[in-house]
Write a protein that binds this ligand. Structure first.
Ligand code: ZN
Length: 250
């Protein structure tokens, strides 16, 4: 089975369309959306409609913190994120809001776990930024492979199977398009990187391709129409930082 992973779309329709076109061109057996369909960008309704349609045809989606905030409120969010969420809530229809509210927090299948933030207390929305965070994540699940988003920073954390202690996890930070081969004797936590608001200094949209038979995981980067996405955010009157950062990928 070949699985495409997308996450942190953040209502960026231009980036989402480019990534889905790439995925459909390559051809995969499954699409998994790791959350944050909305927030920050100018096209929340269109992005929710596209993901809901994919889910109706067999894709899997889990809930992100921005998706959750649509129904739970903006407590704990940055000012720009909170402003964007208030705007976003007014843009999405009742069916779309219901879809976001009904998304599961985690999804497990075979030896894999899909979650937006960390399997270690998913509702706490903790970030997996370093090997200590990864060890907490590994301790919280038996899954050999964990796929997540949330940090908008492509990363791969890995550790031996079995009981883990401090120092047992290693990290790898993919730059650009990178493919790695996974070892059967190790566990992995893959942070896929953001479709619609990359923050690793590369403005191109990111998605992940996992090949179960070959045991490979690839991060793919894709240029998209950044200028149009920026112009829409500007026209919506959303905070300047939200469109400025798309060009820098930070
Ligand atoms: Zn996000």
């Amino acid at each position: 089975m070949r699985i495409a992973f997308i996450t942190d779309i953040h209502a960026n329709l231009e980036a989402l369309k480019a990534v889905l076109a790439d995925i459909d061109l390559i051809g995969v057996d499954r699409l998994v959306c790791l959350g944050d369909i909305v927030g920050y960008g100018a096209d929340p309704q269109a992005c929710v409609d596209i993901i809901a349609e994919r889910v109706a045809h067999g894709a899997i989606a889990v809930k992100g913190n921005h998706d959750a905030a649509m129904s739970l409120g903006v407590a704990g969010m940055s000012r720009a994120a909170a402003n964007a969420l208030v705007w976003t809530t007014a843009q999405v229809d009742a069916v779309g809001c219901r879809f976001l509210a009904d998304l599961p927090m985690v999804h497990a299948e075979a030896d894999r776990l899909y979650v937006h933030a960390s399997p270690n207390d998913p509702l706490a929305w903790g970030y997996v930024f370093d090997t200590a965070d990864a060890l907490d994540a590994f301790a919280a699940t038996d899954a050999r492979l964990i796929f997540c988003g949330h940090t908008h920073m492509p990363a791969l954390f890995h550790a031996p199977t079995g009981v883990l202690g401090a120092g047992d996890a290693l990290s790898f930070w993919p730059e650009g398009a990178v493919e790695v081969t996974l070892a059967p004797t190790r566990r992995y936590l893959a942070v896929i990187g953001s479709v619609g608001q990359p923050r690793d200094g590369d403005p191109s949209a990111c998605w992940g391709l996992y090949d179960e038979e070959k045991q490979t995981l690839a991060w793919r980067r894709l240029p998209y129409d950044v200028a149009t996405a920026q112009a829409k955010i500007r026209a919506a009157g959303l905070p300047e930082r939200l469109w400025m950062r798309l060009a820098a990928g930070r």
